[in-house]
Design a protein around this ligand. Structure first.
Ligand code: SF4
Length: 296
């Protein structure tokens, strides 16, 4: 949207659900930029854009002012900005676009823990409605191996704090992240983390290897054994089987997923597990972890 009016620093990423939003780069790259599986911003040196340049860009869109309803603050983690800076940008957006009804951004847990509860409440009240966080896994061993820079506790504490401040959350888990060796602990501890957070939205993506599996293995500080499609789907069964949620919208429909799964959790949990079971039932059981199938 409006891409001709803004000069973007490429590559540019946004969540699929922000397809109709104005994408506004307030930062360039990711302030962490060390996760073993992620190549999104490796070509960019992280920096915070000058506020005057961001404001000029907003002013350049004045002829679209009434059409802009959603704004996504890019790049990798705009929530790294200080509270004061974020608030000035949100106030500028509110005064420039009278019909705006949602501002969103990617956030790392550490970006949230560095802000007070009252600051997060003020940002939510000013119009910051939705944060996207790649939890990736709730397993401490795996978080360390992939250099996520977070732990189970740091992730859960920060995201619970955000929810208690009135911010909505969309969280992502990475299917296959730890390979065969870590699959059970990854699935179980990821479900435990998501249960503790209780996000409004949950999605899963499948680990991909844009530079080849050996490139990932070199960055993975452990023994990585790539999983088959059926093992990946079985891991989804273990993950979903351990979820205990109340009204979370779940989507596993990114292009990377081999099996499209959608529903409200826990309402649709049995149906999702049955869908997975149907795919797996004719497979060699020795290849699969079937604990989650008990009770189906
Ligand atoms: S924090 Fe997010 S954007 Fe940054 S390197 Fe990790 S996965 Fe990539």
């Amino acid at each position: 949207m409006l891409s001709n009016s803004i000069h973007y620093s490429e590559p540019l990423f946004r969540p699929p659900s922000e397809a109709r939003a104005l994408i506004l780069q307030t930062t360039i790259g990711c302030s962490w930029n060390r996760c073993a599986f992620c190549e999104m911003y490796t070509s960019k040196k992280f920096h915070i854009r000058k506020e005057e340049d961001v404001f000029k860009e907003i002013d350049s869109l004045s002829s679209y002012s009434t059409q802009i309803r959603k704004v996504f603050l890019a790049d990798g983690n705009a929530m790294v900005l200080s509270y004061d800076k974020l608030m000035r940008i949100i106030e500028k957006l509110n005064s420039s676009f009278p019909n705006i009804n949602r501002i969103s951004a990617y956030a790392l847990p550490k970006d949230l823990s560095s802000k007070t509860h009252d600051e997060l409440v003020s940002l939510a009240n000013a119009g910051l409605k939705l944060l996207y966080t790649g939890i990736e896994t709730g397993d401490d061993e795996l978080l360390k191996i992939i250099s996520k820079g977070e732990t189970y506790n740091s992730t859960v504490d920060a995201l619970v704090k955000a929810r208690q401040s009135g911010l909505k959350l969309s969280v992502m888990i990475l299917n296959g992240l730890g390979g065969k060796r870590f699959t059970t602990q990854h699935a179980q501890n990821s479900a435990k983390a998501v249960n503790a957070i209780g996000p409004e939205y949950l999605s899963t993506l499948v680990l991909s290897f844009p530079y080849g599996v050996d490139h990932y293995k070199n960055k993975f500080a452990g023994d990585f054994m790539e999983m088959s499609k059926m093992e990946l789907i079985s891991e989804m069964g273990e993950f979903i089987g351990n979820l205990e949620l109340n009204n979370t919208i779940f989507r596993s429909d990114h292009a990377s997923n081999y099996l499209v799964l959608k529903g409200i959790l826990n309402r649709d949990k049995d149906k999702l597990l049955t869908d997975i079971f149907r795919v797996l039932k004719n497979q060699d059981p020795s290849e699969l972890r079937l604990e989650w199938m008990r009770g189906l």
